[in-house]
Design a binder for this molecule. Structure first.
Ligand SMILES: CC(=O)CC(=O)SCCNC(=O)CCNC(=O)[C@H](O)C(C)(C)COP(=O)(O)OP(=O)(O)OC[C@H]1O[C@@H](n2cnc3c(N)ncnc32)[C@H](O)[C@@H]1OP(=O)(O)O
Length: 420
């Protein structure tokens, strides 16, 4: 079975080091933080198309992909467009680019960025209507109205990283899902500790050296902690449910506020041949995008997408050599895996009637995940893809990987990759 009419490859790209919110990269914006990534990647090969995205809206631009490319002073004849699908933004950029290969588009640069340190402050529709009407006719009155703005005239579009419809944060939603799936604090902290230990080991062993560019302000991811431990994680107070005594999500087992930009390559055979000879790449066999109602769990869509994707190829858990699962929260990884381990749940929710066997936990995120590395929304998919490509590149031909990224809005993207 083939998803695409042609063979599609994902090749490892580059990213910035990921900075802590309010830290070394806080003075960048999503464009300026992506420029060095685009330049470093274009030094390796000029793409035929650029697809990029950033989740937090910015009033100063709309097509961020084109702005990055032009600010990077690269060939203006290369087209560029933007996509947004919450935390699955750069996964979606990859899928969009894969579908556009052919007819002169052989090599595409895809990715995303987020500067979570600087969420923009906007005005309500009513306040901006008042001002724009005045600015057209009476500048003095407009300036007076500007000075008279009240706190209720302002909007923080990403208020505490909240879902627009429910007004509740991602953490609030996940806390509810964790309770529903009986995900223990101990299991969450254990996953978080593993994430940090593996990310630190990945840096120490040089795994990240050719995946991450250096910036003057930061040369290595700032979030992975050498100084964390099971005891320190257990001592942290709940971050979202602070009052019931039942809260289990903490600053330690949640992905932190992060700044970063990441890219990778999507190409056909002709495009892969244009990359430097030592560039690792995998075949993008297929992908699945799922969407669920909020009440099913805001971050639970991967558990709908994964069974559908595995069943399409008759694969069982054991056939997947590497699972790269975005860790929005440790609890979200655990809840999604708990769901796909239950045959009855899979059957009733997805219509897939299959026995996938036993989930192999030690194949998950061998070089750390978003809890330790950080999660700049738009960049996470491209980071996950590059990390997967690099890891599976050292495995035998035929090895397979699943990359899974949950997203606000009850959506999720999952890719099936294979070492050729
Ligand atoms: C959006 C989508 O489409 C899908 C998704 O991915 S959903 C996920 C999106 N992302 C989010 O929602 C972000 C979630 N995270 C957050 O909101 C915030 O990080 C948070 C509220 C959980 C914590 O914020 P915070 O309190 O400012 O964190 P921070 O100051 O770093 O840590 C608090 C304390 O815990 C400590 N700590 C954190 N991690 C630790 C660890 N691993 N070990 C030991 N201590 C740790 C810190 O040192 C700090 O201690 P002090 O107060 O003594 O300095």
């Amino acid at each position: 079975m083939h998803r695409f009419p042609h063979t599609v490859f994902v090749a490892a790209g580059l990213r910035t080091p990921f900075g802590r919110g309010g830290g070394a990269l806080a003075n960048y914006d999503a464009i300026s933080l992506s420029v060095p990534v685009a330049q470093a990647m274009a030094d390796r090969a000029e793409p035929d198309l650029v697809v990029w995205g950033s989740v937090i809206p910015n009033i100063g631009w709309s097509n961020i992909a084109r702005e990055i490319w032009l600010d990077a002073k690269l060939n203006p004849n290369v087209p560029a467009f933007s996509v947004v699908l919450a935390c699955s933004t750069s996964m979606t950029a990859a899928f969009a680019a894969a579908g556009m290969l052919g007819s002169g588009v052989d090599l595409t640069m895809v990715g995303g960025a987020e500067v979570m340190s600087r969420p923009p402050i906007a005005l309500t529709s009513a306040a901006s209507r008042r001002l724009t009407e005045l600015f057209g006719h009476d500048s003095a009155a407009a300036l007076a109205a500007l000075r008279a703005l009240e706190p209720e005239d302002y909007v923080l579009p990403i208020r505490g990283w909240a879902n627009r419809i429910t007004g509740r944060t991602m953490g609030d939603h996940m806390e509810e899902t964790a309770k529903e799936w009986h995900i223990s604090r101990e299991a969450q902290d254990a996953l978080a500790l593993r994430s940090h230990q593996r990310a630190v080991a990945g840096w120490d062993s040089g795994f990240f050296d050719d995946l991450v560019i250096k910036l003057p302000e930061l040369e290595r991811d700032a979030n992975p902690r050498v100084d964390t431990s099971a005891e320190k994680l257990a001592a942290l107070k709940p971050a979202f449910d602070r009052t019931s005594g039942q809260g289990t999500l903490t600053a330690g087992n949640s992905s932190p506020i992060t700044d970063g930009s990441a890219g990778c390559w999507i190409a056909n055979e002709a495009g892969i041949a244009r990359l430097p000879a030592n560039t690792p790449y995998l075949r993008l066999v297929d992908y699945e995008i799922a969407a669920v109602d909020h009440n099913e769990g805001l971050l639970m869509a991967p558990s709908y997408a994964i069974p559908r994707l595995l069943a399409r190829y008759g694969l069982r858990f054991d056939d997947i050599d590497l699972w790269e699962i975005h860790e929005a929260f440790a609890a979200q990884v655990l809840a999604n895996v708990a769901a796909i381990e239950r045959d009855d749940w899979i059957r009733s929710k997805t219509g897939v009637d299959a026995d996938f066997g036993t989930f192999v936990w030690d194949r998950v995120n061998p070089n750390g995940g978003s809890v330790a590395i950080g999660h700049p929304f738009g960049a996470t998919g491209a980071r996950d893809l590059s990390q997967t490509v690099k890891e599976l590149w050292s495995r035998p031909a035929g090895s397979r990987a699943i990359v899974s990224v949950c997203a606000d809005g009850g959506q999720g993207t999952v890719a099936l990759l294979e070492r050729v």
